[in-house]
Design a protein around this ligand. Structure first.
Ligand SMILES: [Zn+2]
Length: 291
């Protein structure tokens, strides 16, 4: 699917709507207020197709029960809800929506597959690729802490803001690429890397609550998680400096850290990852959604 078509599908939601939008006029003035202009304020609006790794924002009746991926989603007082499509999702994503007093309807979203190139990264310290048992235990402990904060399901709708770039720079690593470190295949790249000089201020791409902050995790170095509500969070890795602490609210554009090369990194860059609970999503698609 082309990018304009994707944006139209994501933002303009219903099939009837998205189908009538040309590529030239597919970027609405406001995003992601999906229901804007919809004559039926409580009609369910969802895209008809998305890419693997997408953030999906839909709207429906505020009292509707919405289910996806084995979860009952938090629906805001304005009827908004959000969820992520996994990197390895395929086929059709089914979202079950039950407005009050009416039968449940299953909304089907086609998941468009993407290419996942192999990326070779050489020159990282061998102990970060095949860590000795004591280090492996530390890594597992640290990852468990980060996993735990991603389980939050706050009522805030900070995720509905138009996301902005946390730093400006060249994309030096894309989400989802199959990574091979020093010749050893590892997990796919969980976020997007933006090349920037050591010490470059990092801004919150959207508002949220800082739910994790540590200066020195083994693999990810200086690490911050910002929770945007409804299970949607951002993580920022390899930071050289952290200016925020757990519990702080940061507004969009607020500087909360600085770029570094701490942890398993070959040079200074910002790794920005996003999650819907434990599902990793592609920040680049979220930025596209905001355009
Ligand atoms: Zn990265």
């Amino acid at each position: 699917m082309s990018r304009p078509t994707l944006i139209a599908a994501l933002l303009l939601a219903s099939a009837a709507c998205a189908g009538g939008i040309s590529a030239q006029t597919s970027k609405p003035a406001q995003a992601p207020a999906i229901a804007a202009g919809n004559p039926a304020p409580h009609a369910t609006a969802l895209p008809t197709s998305v890419q693997q790794g997408a953030l999906v924002i839909g709207s429906t009746h505020p009292a509707a029960v919405v289910e996806y991926g084995g979860r009952t989603l938090r629906v805001s007082p304005s009827g908004r809800f959000g969820f992520g499509i996994g990197r390895d999702a395929s086929g059709t994503a089914v979202v079950k929506v039950k407005p009050p007093g009416t039968p449940a309807i299953e909304h089907r979203i086609v998941v468009a597959p993407r290419d996942w190139p192999i990326e070779n990264i050489n020159g990282v310290p061998p102990s970060t690729v095949n860590p000795p048992p004591a280090i492996a235990a530390r890594i597992a402990r640290e990852q468990a802490q980060v996993v735990a904060v991603r389980a939050r399901d706050d009522a805030r709708e900070d995720y509905a803001q138009r996301f902005v770039w946390p730093v400006q720079g060249r994309i030096s690593g894309r989400f989802g690429n199959q990574r091979v470190y020093n010749g050893t295949p590892k997990a796919p790249h969980s976020g997007m890397d933006i090349a920037a000089a050591n010490g470059t201020p990092v801004k919150a791409p959207a508002a949220g609550i800082v739910t994790f902050a540590s200066p020195s995790l083994y693999l990810t170095g200086g690490t911050v998680v910002i929770d945007h509500g409804a299970g949607i969070s951002s993580n920022f890795l390899h930071l050289s400096r952290i200016d925020a602490k757990v519990g702080d609210r940061v507004e969009q554009g607020q500087v909360f850290a600085a770029v570094g090369a701490t942890g398993r990194a070959t040079g200074p860059h910002l790794h920005w990852g996003m999650n819907w609970f434990d599902v990793r999503i592609d920040p680049l698609l979220v930025l596209d959604l905001a355009q």
